[in-house]
Design a protein around this ligand. Structure first.
Ligand code: H79
Length: 587
């Protein structure tokens, strides 16, 4: 019996090849970084979009600089906190959308050295502190949006209260400010690990390529994120949407999730919705288990310190990353194309690490499919005496199924997430096909389906394009399953109308057509956070009498073009169709 590879294996191969790219190796091994949003906007303390939200005239906004005097800024303390959290790189806003340079720029006097009483260059100080501590320094640079410069032009978010759109000459901004400032950043601060661009809406393909060439000519090893352009495939790695965690197998290139600790980037007194250390660790392992990086944000205060509520969370995360470093840095994501209900999985040659959520701690042992190697030893990483855990391996010839059953200790060994390390004999050998795990729910993720066009859009009639997702999967436990559609819904959207037509499901001669409802909220999903909520819709039931390979198709206009030409991250989708979850109803 064989099983088609459902499109996933090729992508994973490419991921591993990319990780071997020596330019990117430091970054893919680093896994965890600190994002810092700091600028004049820290003073009004309502986030980095305040100038735009309040249409503050440039001359007014500039007055903030006269009051910006972060005398408590201590680069070494920030770098020490990043290090303590287990973060291996820092990305700081050298210039955000407000156009204010947080370093001494000769290209534009609207900068921290020339326009504030502070007069120091925090990026210089950070560069020194980072070099000393072995942290890689990187810069965020808003290359298209600039509300201060009269000629900056974005597709959507422009300063239209001071300047007239029709009088803008983009080249004057691009050649006169953006490129010269990038040159300063790439020539006066030593090695820059990566440049983190944002919101490229409206930037032509030619200008996007020009920026990439510009960066490469100054520091060839400096990595560039995909948001340098809204044309697909540019840069060295994929930035997921803000606070978006990638799905298993979704990206063929290395990727990173930029994420907030609360619900904001720049310092704000309004937002006190903080993620707990528990949920941050679960999100971190969810990301690295899919092969991604996590870039976790802090928004320092106007006097130059990182808010204590942020710092205390990062220190708590750091205790965990310190104990579990072996299961984090330099690892690969899971070879198995499924979300694991109990947590996440990472690997390195000769090792598999099971990141088990303590609140899902399996009392009767943990069962896992797909490891073909003989397991030599199993133990909890947090257990300093490395007490060996009992385990058993089995092989089902008919199903070609390798299973491992581990007897876990009665109590979790670590805080929040406990890592079980497995030592393998020989070279890692995993079954990467889409196969049901022996325990828990089975989720068919959209990136692991073959997507095809079912019906073209009829724009006149207002009918959207319908696509089909076809999964080929190996079912291990035959029986009747409840089918749950997994969607991420944007917080500001009403459910009605998000799915414009019924969803059609078909497998083994069974057909269901249902308008998905907002039946259950999945508040426990580590891969979903504000501004999205995970929603489950009950679609009905299918029965499969036989174990083995089956196919299931899903038809919806919400299935996206698998090879789009553009990304439009500044327009986050109202709803994201993520997966179909199969829950066995008969025990
Ligand atoms: O730097 C952070 C954001 O400021 C930036 N990306 C992260 C890393 C970002 N730029 N644009 N966007 C995010 C999307 C813009 C969303 C908007 Fe709005 C919706 C702009 C206006 C309405 C969010 C809500 C910002 C202001 C109100």
């Amino acid at each position: 019996m064989g099983i088609s590879k459902a499109g996933s294996t090729g992508q994973e191969e490419q991921n591993r090849t990319a990780e071997r790219d020596p330019r990117k190796a430091w970054w893919t091994a680093a896994r965890f970084g600190m994002f810092i949003h700091w600028g004049l906007y820290a003073l009004p303390a309502q986030g980095e979009w305040i100038m735009y939200a309040q249409k503050t005239p440039v001359r007014e906004y500039e007055k903030l600089a006269q009051r910006f005097n972060p005398t408590e800024f201590d680069a070494k303390a920030w770098v020490a906190l990043a290090k303590e959290a287990g973060m291996r790189y820092i990305v700081i806003t050298a210039k955000h959308h407000d156009g204010f340079a947080m370093y001494g720029s000769k290209a534009d006097p609207f900068n921290i050295v020339d326009a504030t009483p502070f007069g120091r260059d925090p990026l210089k100080e950070l560069a020194e502190a980072c070099a000393e501590a072995g942290i890689v320094l990187c810069f965020y640079y808003s290359h298209v949006i600039d509300w201060h410069h009269p000629h900056a032009l974005h597709k959507e978010h422009n300063n239209t209260w001071d300047y007239k759109l029709e009088e803008k000459r983009f080249a004057e901004y691009f050649e006169g400010k953006a490129k010269p400032q990038l040159k300063e950043l790439l020539t006066e601060y030593g090695r820059v690990g990566l440049l983190w661009f944002d919101t490229a809406g409206g930037l032509s393909e030619e200008d996007s390529k020009d920026i990439v060439r510009h960066v490469r000519s100054l520091q060839p090893d400096c990595l560039i994120n995909s948001r340098v352009s809204h044309f697909m495939g540019m840069g060295d790695f994929v930035s997921k949407g803000d606070n978006e965690i990638g799905m298993s197998g979704e990206d063929t290139r290395p990727w990173e999730t930029p994420m907030t600790l609360n619900q904001s980037w720049g310092y704000t007194t309004k937002d006190q919705v903080w993620k707990t250390a528990d949920s941050l660790i679960k999100k971190l392992v969810n990301v690295i288990g899919k092969g991604g990086n996590l870039l976790l944000n802090v928004g320092p205060m106007p006097q130059g310190t990182i808010p204590e509520l942020s710092a205390e969370r990062l220190r708590e995360v750091g205790e965990w990353t310190g104990r579990n470093a072996e299961a984090i840095y330099g690892t690969d994501g899971s070879p198995f194309p499924v979300e694991l209900e109990w947590g996440a999985l990472t690997t390195r040659p000769g090792r598999v690490y099971l990141h088990v959520h303590n609140d899902k701690w399996p009392a009767n042992g943990l069962r896992l499919g797909g490891i073909r190697n003989r397991v030599l030893r199993a133990y909890c990483l947090a257990d300093q005496s490395r007490t060996e855990l009992e385990f058993e391996q089995a092989y089902d010839e008919e199903l070609e199924l390798h299973t491992l059953e581990i007897r876990l200790p009665d109590e979790p060994a670590d805080q929040y997430v406990s890592v079980v390390a497995l030592e393998l004999e020989g070279e890692n050998d995993f079954d990467r096909t889409l196969t049901q795990m022996p325990d828990g729910v089975f989720q068919l993720e959209v990136p692991h389906a073959k997507i095809s066009l079912v019906r073209e859009a009829d724009e006149e009639a207002g009918i959207p394009v319908i696509r089909g997702a076809e999964w080929t999967f190996k079912l291990v436990k035959p029986g009747t399953y409840e089918l749950l559609l997994v969607s991420f819904k944007r917080h500001d959207q009403a459910w009605n109308g998000l799915y414009p037509e019924p969803i059609l499901l078909e497998s083994a001669g069974q057909v269901i057509a249902v308008d998905p409802r907002e039946d259950l909220a999945d508040s426990d999903s580590p891969s979903c956070q504000h501004p999205y909520t995970a929603v489950l819709s009950r679609m009905g039931q299918f029965t499969w009498d036989q174990a083995g390979v089956h196919t299931l198709t899903l038809l919806s206009s919400r299935l996206k073009d698998p090879a789009p030409k553009f990304t439009e991250i500044w327009h986050a989708d109202a709803v994201k169709l993520r997966a179909l979850r199969l829950v066995r109803v008969d025990g």
